[in-house]
Design a protein around this ligand. Structure first.
Ligand SMILES: Nc1ncnc2c1ncn2[C@@H]1O[C@H](COP(=O)(O)OP(=O)(O)OP(=O)(O)O)[C@@H](O)[C@H]1O
Ligand code: SF4
Ligand SMILES: [Mg+2]
Length: 461
């Protein structure tokens, strides 16, 4: 874990730098963000958000391509909730976090905070919003300036925003330190005198200084020892309850977010592939990628005592976001991929209430492309890495759901369709009376071929 942390440390600048930096060359605007969002109301709304980092080459720095780090995502964050964002390294989680906190300028799409469009707000327009939206970074070692005392670091937001708290900055900073479980007497100490967990508490205290509404925490505990992780996660949980905070918590695995998240967004190669409330996601994940991620999380559930053997190993690495695979981006690693997955990008659809998924052949649900049954070669190879029990269970649950839905549909039919069947019957009588048998036969053929050509069309789209 520490090796991993070191890898990423370089890419994450100090919060004070980031909070100050406004994206260059943008137009300035203003936003009055005084109205509090009621609990459950949409605090943040993201539509079609994209961030493509240009790749430039040669003397003239010509753009030769782009890293499609975030490639068209839609989601919303409701006031008072915790949205967990998970996905493998490089799938665009941090970029997404930096876009919604406006530390990065989006390539396309829109971001609304409390109903106001903040997508392209400039430095001055963003100032009021900086108080409302704060970020906690992954690495508590590189995100705290080693030359500043804890008092200076935690008090910085007050100075930057020109805010004078009641009783003065020092008193408020000491209060914040005790809120996050640190000794207020350590006000004059330097970061190197604190452990990793304590430093992350300092980062949290700094983020909370201006009483933000939304806190985006990018891997807040992954640089910490496992024994300390739970303490920091619990602290964040308690603070949310006490202060009514809204969180977006980014993590690369589900174990960190599973206790704290109300809803979870699963990202893969710059896209959200599944977005659901925690219960649904754990009980019945619908995207094969979610299922694979979940299988790696040990769940102390006696009903799943064989969980270890059900672990799904994914084939190969995440493909490059410079030229992501066609159709469904997961098709090169998915054990269920068929031709439609290679050609057609699945839309993120709400297949169950509160559960959105982008997949043609979802788990625990009826098939969205049942006519497409031949597995791709890559899928056959990927299936070899998936335990037989998982494949069997997957087929079983999907079939059970399909049967359930068919039963429901059949139960609903008599009431709503009885008049229709009467009509059909009388039409049939009329047809048999008026139409010569050959004409009737050709009409039948036309009818029978119509749905087929329709489904063919949808396959080829
Ligand atoms: N400033 C940048 N310039 C060019 N490419 C970038 C930049 N920042 C990120 N990327 C690329 O965008 C992709 C997404 O990166 P990002 O840091 O958002 O991923 P992540 O999901 O947070 O990964 P990790 O779990 O490793 O932190 C990666 O391929 C990364 O190399
Ligand atoms: S079944 Fe197809 S659409 Fe669904 S995740 Fe696999 S490759 Fe993507
Ligand atoms: Mg990251």
């Amino acid at each position: 874990m520490s090796e991993n942390a070191e890898d990423k440390a370089g890419s994450i600048p100090a919060q004070s730098d980031g909070a100050e930096a406004g994206p260059a060359g943008e137009t300035s605007g203003t936003a009055t963000l005084t109205k509090d969002a009621a609990p459950g109301e949409i605090l943040l709304k993201v539509t079609g958000l994209q961030k493509h980092f240009p790749i430039k080459k040669g003397l003239f720095q010509r753009q030769v391509g782009a890293v499609r780090a975030v490639d068209g995502i839609d989601f919303e964050v409701r006031s008072g909730e915790t949205l967990g964002v998970v996905g493998e390294s490089g799938c665009g989680k941090s970029t997404m976090g930096r876009l919604i906190t406006r530390l990065l300028e989006p390539t396309a799409g829109a971001i609304e905070f409390e109903g106001k469009d903040i997508t392209h707000l400039g430095v001055s327009g963003m100032r009021p919003m900086r108080r409302d939206v704060q970020m906690i970074f992954q690495d508590p070692y590189s995100s705290l300036n080693p030359r500043h005392t804890i008092g200076t670091i935690v008090g910085a937001p007050f100075r930057l925003q020109g805010v004078e708290p009641e009783g003065g900055v020092k008193k408020e900073v000491q209060r914040l330190l005790s809120v996050v479980g640190l000794n207020p007497e350590h006000y004059n100490r330097y970061p190197h005198e604190f452990s990793g967990g304590q430093r992350q508490r300092i980062g949290i205290a700094r983020a909370l200084a201006l009483k933000p509404k939304l806190v985006v925490a990018d891997e807040p505990v992954s640089a910490l020892d496992v024994s300390i992780q739970a303490q920091v996660v619990n602290l964040m949980d308690d603070l949310q309850e006490e202060l009514g905070l809204t969180y977006v918590i980014i993590a690369h695995d589900l174990s960190v977010v599973r206790h704290v998240s109300d809803r979870i967004a699963v990202m893969y190669l710059g896209k959200i592939v599944e977005l659901a409330d925690r219960e649904s996601l754990y009980k019945a994940p619908m995207h094969p990628y979610t299922k694979a991620l979940m299988s790696a999380v040990p769940i102390p559930d006696p009903a799943r005592k064989n969980a270890k053997s059900e672990r799904i190993l994914l084939k190969g690495d995440v493909p490059s976001p410079i030229s992501p695979p066609s159709g469904c981006r997961f098709h090169t690693r998915c054990w269920k991929a068929t031709e439609i997955c290679r050609t057609t990008e699945p839309a993120l659809l709400e297949l169950r209430p509160g559960q959105r998924v982008a997949c043609h052949h979802p788990e625990n649900f009826e098939d969205q492309a049942p006519q497409d049954t031949v597995l791709l070669t890559a899928a056959k190879e990927a299936a070899e890495l998936v335990a037989d029990e998982v494949l069997a269970e997957s087929a079983e649950t999907s079939a059970a759901v399909a049967a359930e839905l068919a039963e429901e549909a059949a139960a609903e039919e008599p009431a709503s369709e009885e008049p229709a069947s009467e009509e059909t019957a009388s039409e049939e009588v009329a047809a048999s009376e008026e139409t010569p048998s050959e004409e009737a036969a050709s009409a039948e053929t036309a009818e029978a071929s119509a749905p087929e050509s329709g489904s063919q069309e949808s396959t080829d789209k």
